[in-house]
Design a protein around this ligand. Structure first.
Ligand code: RB5
Length: 145
């Protein structure tokens, strides 16, 4: 599976660790930046770069990290065909795949510790969309786009 990661300065440290973690676990990883956390950057710029990689088929999923994950989710969900979930507990990492077919996961780099975010990412990447009644609901969301 191919995964793109992006962050702002507040999410950079956890992004850096997750890039290595995912590569070590056999995923093909694309890092859209930033390259360091030394300067303040704007999370929409990195959300758009990562979502573009999803929408063009370059990657299968995106993981975006800012201070809360909220700004990344708000930005990503502006884009048609993006379903971004801001997740803070591992159970929701699985549920956002199973019920919502989330193709973007957003995480908090400031309020959720790294080990919890790893558990969320593991749950997210190992769960599959269940389709059926959930597909009907996603179709209704798509009609709004
Ligand atoms: C940056 O200070 C912070 O606002 C950003 O990382 C994010 O939490 C916004 O949603």
């Amino acid at each position: 599976m191919r995964i793109v990661l992006g962050s702002d300065h507040a999410g950079w440290s956890q992004k850096d660790r997750l890039v290595s973690y995912l590569a070590l676990n056999g995923y093909e990883v694309v890092d859209v930046g930033p390259e360091n956390e030394t300067e303040s950057v704007d999370y929409p710029d990195y959300a758009l770069k990562a979502c573009d990689a999803v929408l063009t088929g370059q990657v299968d999923r995106a993981i975006l990290i800012c201070g809360t994950g909220i700004g990344m989710a708000i930005t990503a969900n502006k884009l048609p065909r993006i379903r971004a979930a801001n997740v803070t507990i591992p159970a929701f990492g699985a549920l956002c795949r199973e019920h919502n077919d989330a193709n973007v996961l957003t995480l908090s780099g400031r309020f959720i510790d790294y080990d919890t975010n790893v558990a969320i990412v593991d749950a997210y990447l190992s769960a599959e969309f269940e389709g059926e009644r959930h597909q009907k609901r996603l179709d209704k969301i798509a009609e709004l786009e």
